[in-house]
Design a protein around this ligand. Sequence first.
Ligand SMILES: Cc1cc2nc3c(=O)[nH]c(=O)nc-3n(C[C@H](O)[C@H](O)[C@H](O)COP(=O)(O)OP(=O)(O)OC[C@H]3O[C@@H](n4cnc5c(N)ncnc54)[C@H](O)[C@@H]3O)c2cc1C
Length: 408
Amino acid sequence: MDFNDSPEEAAFRKEVRTFLDQHARLRQSSEESAYDGADDPVAIAKRWQKTLADHGWACLSWPKTYGGRDASPIEQVIWNQEVKRYVTPDGLFIIGQGMCAPTLMAYATEEQKAEHLPRIASGEEVWCQLFSEPVAGSDLAGIKTRAVKEGDEWVVNGQKVWTSGAHYSDWGLLITRTDPGVPKHKGLTMFFLDMKSPGVEVRPIKQINGNSDFNEVYFTDVRIPDSQRLGKPGEGWKVALVTLMNERLAVGSGLSNTMMDVFRAAQKTDLDDEPAIRNQAVRDRLADWYTREMGLKYTTYRMITALSRGQDPGPEASISKVVVGANNNESASYALDLQDMGGILDDDELSGFGNQFLRQFMRSPANRIEGGSDEILRNIIAERVLGMPPDIRPDKNVPFNEVPSGKG
Ligand SMILES: Cc1cc2nc3c(=O)[nH]c(=O)nc-3n(C[C@H](O)[C@H](O)[C@H](O)COP(=O)(O)OP(=O)(O)OC[C@H]3O[C@@H](n4cnc5c(N)ncnc54)[C@H](O)[C@@H]3O)c2cc1C
């Protein structure tokens, strides 16, 4: 692949920069956030998304009829590269735009697409992903939330957990079990539903950092019209795979790499009376991360090349999430160690580097779980990239209601 911009790509990059210069602020450090001190982050994110939509910069790669720009994969990459240089309110729409919308594009009717996609693109509709349950996360096909057909409707009972943003979402993508008498992957059906439907109860989960980013969601006799089914009854797993494949791409590309910040920390922190970066042991660690980062960079270029040729990026997409998640976790931990006792200070003013590494360290375990845990992604890489023998699956081909399980 040629790493330089073609004349058309350079012109596109210039257009992107002009728009961003006019509407956003250039980033001074990777820790700056558009939400700093905000009372209503949802309103801020919605305003920015509307600005993007009004100027034709929302959901670039989507068709124009659905609120996008018909941009090529390379143009999308250029946008992603450029927007990272500015402080913009990101994150709120990753699930709706990055995971639910591609699933709607693949399975919804034309009328449903015309109704929802432009509103998702402009930020008027926020969507959540109702997949994980207390006993089914990595083993998603083991979900127990039941949907039973009654006339033209389905009646849903059960519980989801870790549903990010359910408390401010308008719609949700819901996977249910419709036939417990067949093996687990075959008895699932996907729906989308209005989160204000009677019988939906959203209970925020209080996190250790005081935030409530995700929720438990309970369904009691919730009625969903059959017209809001995505895919055929029993084919929910096939539909879920579209969401999950997009999830890995969206979560992986949403993780910002903070390697250069750790380099700067090593330059500014003293160790044995000289900048830590002069210390051989420190240099060894930095060199390790740098090597991994370069590997990641060229793996990403390979994926971009595949996309620009109209090919699927494939299971290799799992690699970047595994590497960036681990790098962020380990490098933040190391930067905290470098600051010695100062590293444990949880104070924006007193702690070194504006508390950046403590926050990064506290958030990074979540990066390594959401969108598929490190172990699950390693299984995928082992089986589907390296061709190694598959994980042991004792419940394969066993009817779901005959698989021994607890009461959960
Ligand atoms: C920040 C965040 C946001 C989230 N948002 C959402 C959301 O919006 N919607 C949603 O539906 N879910 C969401 N989740 C849930 C997420 O999808 C699950 O947490 C994840 O799939 C793991 O499932 P689990 O928590 O049940 O862990 P488990 O599946 O119980 O796993 C526990 C441990 O066992 C390991 N393990 C499990 N199976 C295997 C195996 N076969 N081989 C090797 N190791 C294995 C796992 O790697 C993990 O370390 C979110 C999670 C996080 C952290």
